[in-house]
Design a protein around this ligand. Sequence first.
Ligand code: HAM
Length: 439
Amino acid sequence: MSTVRKFSVPRGTSDILPQDSYLWQHLEQKARSMMEVYGYREIRTPYFEETALFTRSLGQTSDVVNKQLLNISQAKKETSEPQEDISGLSLRPEGTASIVRSYIENDLDKKEHLSKLYYIGPMFRGERPQKGRLRQFHQIGVEAIGPETSIAYLDAELIALSTKLLEAFGVSGFKLKINSLGTSEDKQNFSSLLRSKLQKDLSKLCPDCQGRFERNVFRILDCKNPTCRDIVAKLGLTDEHLSESSRKYFAEVKDALKMLKVPFEVSATLVRGLDYYTHTVFEISHSGLGSQDALGAGGRYNGLVQELGGDPKGTIGAIGFALGIERILLARQNTDEEKPRPDFFIVALDAEGKKDAYLRAFQMLEEIRSEGISAEMNFVTASMKSQMRLADKLNARNVIILGEDELNSNTMTIKDMTSGEQKKIPQTELARLLNNLKK
Ligand code: HAM
């Protein structure tokens, strides 16, 4: 006999159980209705893509590609049928690359001027799991892509949307930091400038950062090592890497944010971990989250559509952000969601050996549900006390009691569980009662 063993959820993932899933549903519904108000429409792309798409978009030296990409591999099967090689596929670590792939593949630039897209779904990164850092996590993301759409007001509107979403989810006390990386030439300037400023302290940097110095010098700016942080703090970074026009663009973004009354802080060290960013970048953090304190982040990525072969003229602008749902749920305070609860619970009380009340209750359950109103009963025959206990546990709004008396007189006793008020009414009144409830 084979040994029995229990299976566990894979490390860095979790089950979302009914006691929590309603919170996810509320959050998703709020997100969807706000997206509609702001003119975004949902896009759904596959959970896996060609690995090369991520390498090209996010950057060979980014941590997400370098250390965290989860490749799909397949064990060789004993079969004579030819097997397709799927080893070049990876689970998506984020949404932006897939959406740009889809934007190009579906010629969205020819179908609409500005594609305002949103997505809600799981992302996968092979990280070392810890509080707020998972291998499967969920994002609510937004991307606005279109020719000639590098417009500071769009940046401001989109950043405002990210903070409005967080407020709608009941998160307060978060901090928005923004910065500008400028054009790809400005970014080159920035990395040369950083290297020259860091050169004299190179030997004091942590071994990781010493490697980053050549590979991806921006990464040094968000190293958590205290010595590296000290060195970075003393660099006295400003916006000197930016060209005049990039500086003007960034000033417009800041002015527009002020107009929208979105509080922000400019952080010269904010660079983001993915290669595709240009111009505006932003991050929203919450001090209550511990070391993984980013609730969400985003920015412009004007060169990516061209980089992926969809913009020969180089005019397509793009900006987006993604918020992490798990972290939002950890950070939020004000919750007004009501747990799902049945409108009716039917208590059936039969004399020993009889089943009349039980069968009438079973029928009534269906009558109520067919009107789109929720109802429950206990399928195991039990005492009045234990059935009432279950009604309480489910937090039912009303209880209908069907006992011998009620059956003989074709009535039912109905109890409002909030007021405690109880009355006996003819069963023929049920339809009217349900109709009133539907209003
Ligand atoms: P990101 O900063 O890599 O950006 O992720 C955005 C958010 O996803 C983070 O701020 C965090 O809340 C959540 N997140 C990321 N990794 C994990 C993890 N391992 N466990 C739990 N939550 C996590 C992006 O993904 C970009 N695609 C954002 C973007 C969209 N930029 C432009 N458009």
